[in-house]
Design a protein around this ligand. Sequence first.
Ligand code: ZN
Length: 163
Amino acid sequence: MLDNNPDEVISVSILRELTDLAIDAQKNAYVPYSGFSVGTALITQSGEKFRGCNVENAAYPLGACAESNAIAAMVCGASGDADHVPIIDHIVVVGPLDNLCAPCGGCRQKINEFADANTRVHLVNKSGKLLHSSPIQSLLPLAFGPHDLSLNKTKNYKAKKPQ
Ligand SMILES: [Zn+2]
């Protein structure tokens, strides 16, 4: 389901590039237990792109989702100063099925941590076809987020250096 024309919120070329990056990441998924490979690619508001794939573990609860790993890569690799939290502009999720693969509840919360009102989630099937596009708020209504803890996303979000 597309809640509006995705062409109005993301260029066709950026959507194609993120989809290709996500499909490429999906190929690296470590999924020996489920065989359910997922790839994700995101672009920040400053134009940097990061990818992630899911990584399972023999201790099942320790497995990590593709979205979560892409966000970790973003936090680790985003350029810029310590006073600006990277904000996700668009995130594409590619699943291994013909139907869409929606982010789990935990990943919706993790995306929301690095989102604003313009952050959009795009869900693509295994063939690269866009099946759903919506703001993160519609996937996580009434979200508990940084604003609830009065976090100012523009200042001092990184750990202070030891004195
Ligand atoms: Zn997840």
